[in-house]
Design a protein around this ligand. Structure first.
Ligand code: ADP
Ligand code: MG
Length: 619
C-alpha cells in the first residue's frame, strides 16, 4: 500500500479561479470589501476583549479610483497583517484566517470562510499590490503579485494600521475604473455592511431662507455608501411601525406601503435574521419587481431566492440574512444544502404563524385584507404540503354576499341542503356574478349558498382541496341545471309522453345544426328556463387549466350542453302545439339563442339577426 498527497500546482489554479470560481467578474469588489470589513470587525472584537488597547480612530473603509494610473484601491483601518500572516493567508490559496479567529474569540460575525475571495481580484487586475501594517508592533509590508505564482514581499514605511489593496486594472476590465460603475456596485453589494464605507465625496444642494431670499448652498460632503445598522439587525421589540415602513421604502423606493411584516430572528439551529413584508396583491399575481434580497452577514448575495424560500413566498418582499447561506451560491449547491432546507422550513412556519395570529387577533381586519392575502395563502397551500396543513386554520372562503368562512365553518353551513346523494358536500361557486346572474337567482331560490372563486389560481386551489379533503366537490353554478347541481335522488317527472319528447328532440335537432350533438332533453321544474346552457365542471376546469399553462386553444366553448326543459310551458305547450314546421324551427332557434344570450355566447352577425328578429316579434 502507498499513501501520498495530491499536489496542486499553483500555476494551474489561477486560470481555474478566474474562470470557474466566480461567474461574475464584478464580485471581486464584494470580496475585497468583505475582507476589509472582516479586518475592521476583528479589530473591534480585539478592542472589546481588551487585546487591543490603543485608539481605534476612524474606521471608515475608503474606496478610490485613479483613472490615470488605472488603479482601484480598497483601504481599511482594520487589523492589518504581519509578514508571517501575509505569507500564511495571501500566499496560500484557500487558506482563511476566519476559522482560527472565530474559535479563538468566539465571534461569528466574520464574513470570510473559504479563503478564496482575495484571489477574485485577479479576475480584473493584472497586478495586485497589498500594503499593510498590523495592529501588532511590526513594520509595514508590501506584497505584490502579477497573477503568476511568483510574488514579491518588501518592507514599507506605512504609518497607520490597516490594509490597502491596490488593483492595477487590466485592459479587459476598464469598466471598473468608472466612478458610476463602482458606485453602482457599492450600492448593490455594500448597502448594509456593518462598517462605514466611503467612495470619495459628492455635492449636496441645500436651500436656506424663503422666497426671494432663498439661497442655494452647494456643499461637498462625504459620499457614504451604507447604512451600517440595518433594521433587521435590531431587536423587534425596539422597532416602531413607522421604522418598518421607512425601511421598506429604503429597500424599494416608490412602492406601495406593505400590509404587514414578519421580523425573522433565530440563532438555533441556524442563524437567520430578516424582515419579510407582505405587499398588497390586490387579487393579482404581482409582476415581480420587488424581490426578496438575500444577505450573508449583511453582504448582499443575490435576489434570486427561489432555492431558499418556498416558491409561494417569493411573492413577499424584504431581506433575509444568514451567515449559513454561502456567499458563492450556485443553484444546485443551494438546493442540496442542508441549512437551506432548514431555512425554508423555518420561514414557512413563521409565515403561517403570523397569518394565524392576525386571523385570531382581529378577524374583521384579516377579512378585509383577504383579497391581498388570499392568493398568497392559496398559492402556499397548493405548493407546500406543510403550509397546507397550517393554513387550513386561516384560509377563507368568500360567498357572493361577501361573508367569509373558514373551511370548517363553511362545511357546517352547507351541510344538509348541499349534501348530495353520495354524501358529498357540493360547494357551489361562480367566477363572475354578472355573467351568472340568472344561475345565481335560481340557486338563491333553492336556498343554496354560492362562493366567489375568481382568481386564476382558484381552479388549482379547488382541485387541491377536493383531493385533500375527499369529501367536498366544487361545482360552478352554470355547470348543470339547478336540480342537478346538488344531485339528490328525487326526480321530476316529465309532463310529456315519450313520443312527444321525441318530437321536441327532432325540432331542436333540425334548428341547432352543428350544435345538435350537445342537445339534452330534461324534465326540469317548469319555473326553470326553457333552454339552458351548461358547462360540465370537469371538462371546463381541465380546459381552463390547460389554457393557463399555455396549452390548447380557445376551444372553451366546445364544452357546453344545451339542455331543453321539456316541462317548461313554452316547450311542452307552445312549441308542441305550433302548426307549421317553419314556425316550430324558428321558435326553437329563438329559445336557444336566448339561452346563448344569457351566457354571452351570442355575438356578431348572429346577435344582430337575433335582435332584428326580436324587433319583428314585438311589432
Ligand atoms: P476569507 O475571507 O474567506 O478568509 P480571503 O481569500 O478573502 O478568504 O482572504 C484570505 C485571508 O487573508 C483572510 O482570512 C485574512 O486573514 C487575510 N486578509 C485578506 N484581506 C485582508 C485585509 N484587508 N486585512 C487583513 N487581512 C486580510
Ligand atoms: Mg474574504
Amino acid at each position: 500500500m502507498q499513501k501520498g498527497q495530491i499536489e496542486v500546482q499553483t500555476q494551474n489554479i489561477f486560470p481555474i479561479i478566474k474562470k470557474f470560481l466566480y461567474s461574475d467578474h464584478e464580485i471581486f469588489l464584494r470580496e475585497l470589501i468583505s475582507n476589509a470589513v472582516d479586518a475592521t470587525t476583528k479589530l473591534q472584537v480585539l478592542a472589546s476583549k481588551g487585546v487591543y488597547s490603543k485608539e481605534l480612530g476612524d474606521l471608515t473603509i475608503q474606496i478610490s479610483v485613479d483613472k490615470k494610473n488605472k488603479t482601484l484601491t480598497i483601504a481599511d483601518h482594520g487589523i492589518g497583517m504581519t509578514e508571517q500572516e501575509i505569507k500564511k493567508y495571501l500566499n496560500q490559496v484557500a487558506f482563511s484566517s476566519a476559522q482560527d479567529f472565530i474559535k479563538k474569540y468566539n465571534d461569528e460575525s466574520i464574513i470570510g470562510h473559504f479563503g478564496l475571495g482575495f484571489y477574485s481580484s485577479f479576475m480584473v487586475a493584472e497586478r495586485v499590490e497589498v500594503k499593510t501594517k498590523s495592529y501588532k508592533k511590526s513594520k509595514g509590508v508590501t506584497w505584490q503579485c502579477d497573477g503568476e505564482p511568483e510574488y514579491i514581499i518588501d518592507e514599507n514605511d506605512k504609518k497607520d494600521r490597516g490594509t490597502e489593496v491596490i488593483l492595477h486594472i487590466d485592459d479587459d476590465n476598464k469598466e471598473f475604473l468608472e466612478d458610476a460603475r463602482i458606485e453602482a456596485l457599492l450600492n448593490k453589494y455594500c448597502r448594509f455592511l456593518p462598517v462605514q464605507i466611503q467612495f470619495g465625496t459628492k455635492t449636496e444642494t441645500r436651500y436656506e431662507g424663503e422666497g426671494d431670499d432663498r439661497k442655494e448652498i452647494k456643499e461637498e460632503v462625504d459620499n457614504l455608501i451604507n447604512n451600517t445598522a440595518p433594521l433587521w439587525k435590531k431587536k423587534p421589540n425596539k422597532i416602531t411601525e413607522e421604522q418598518y415602513k421607512d425601511f421598506y421604502r429604503e429597500l424599494y423606493p416608490m412602492s406601495m406601503e406593505p400590509m404587514f411584516w414578519i421580523h425573522l430572528n433565530i440563532d438555533f439551529p441556524f442563524n437567520l435574521t430578516g424582515i419579510l413584508y407582505f405587499p398588497k396583491l390586490n387579487n393579482q399575481f404581482e409582476v415581480q419587481k420587488n424581490k426578496i434580497q438575500l444577505y450573508s452577514n449583511q453582504v448582499y448575495v443575490t435576489d434570486e431566492v427561489k432555492e431558499i424560500v418556498p416558491e409561494f413566498l417569493t411573492l413577499l418582499h424584504g431581506v433575509i440574512d444568514s451567515p449559513d447561506i454561502p456567499l458563492n451560491v450556485s443553484r444546485s449547491y443551494l438546493q442540496s444544502d442542508h441549512n437551506v432546507k432548514k431555512i425554508t422550513g423555518y420561514i414557512t412556519k413563521k409565515v403561517a404563524e403570523k397569518l394565524n395570529s392576525l386571523f385570531k387577533k382581529d378577524r374583521p381586519s384579516y377579512e378585509s385584507k383577504w383579497s391581498d392575502v388570499g392568493i398568497f395563502v392559496k398559492y402556499g397551500m397548493i405548493s407546500e404540503e406543510k403550509f397546507y396543513d397550517k393554513a387550513l386554520k386561516f384560509v377563507l372562503l368568500e360567498n357572493v354576499e361577501n361573508e367569509f368562512f373558514t373551511i370548517e365553518e363553511y362545511k357546517e353551513k352547507i351541510k344538509g341542503l348541499q349534501t348530495d346523494k353520495h354524501d358529498k358536500l357540493v360547494v357551489l361557486y361562480t367566477n363572475d356574478v354578472n355573467i351568472h346572474d340568472s344561475y345565481l337567482k335560481e340557486a338563491k331560490s333553492k336556498g343554496y349558498d354560492v362562493l366567489v372563486m375568481n382568481h386564476v389560481l382558484d381552479n388549482h386551489f379547488m382541485q387541491h382541496l377536493e383531493q385533500k379533503d375527499g369529501n367536498v366537490v366544487f361545482v360552478r353554478i352554470d355547470s348543470d341545471t339547478i336540480d342537478n347541481l346538488v344531485q339528490k335522488d328525487e326526480k321530476t317527472e316529465s309532463v310529456l309522453s315519450e313520443k312527444q319528447q321525441e318530437k321536441i328532440k327532432s325540432i331542436f335537432e333540425d334548428s341547432l345544426e352543428d350544435a345538435k350533438s350537445k342537445l339534452q332533453l330534461k324534465a326540469l321544474s317548469p319555473d326553470s328556463h326553457p333552454v339552458l346552457i351548461t358547462r360540465p365542471e370537469f371538462l371546463r376546469r381541465m380546459q381552463e387549466m390547460q389554457n393557463l399553462q399555455g396549452m390548447g386553444g380557445s376551444g372553451m366553448d366546445d364544452f357546453y350542453n344545451i339542455i331543453v326543459n321539456t316541462n317548461h310551458p313554452l316547450v311542452a305547450e307552445k312549441l308542441l302545439n305550433m302548426k307549421s314546421a317553419e314556425k316550430k324551427g324558428n321558435f326553437a332557434k329563438y329559445l336557444f339563442n336566448l339561452a346563448r344570450l344569457n351566457q354571452n355566447l351570442l355575438q356578431g352577425e348572429e346577435l344582430t339577426d337575433f335582435i332584428s328578429k326580436s324587433l319583428e316579434f314585438i311589432k
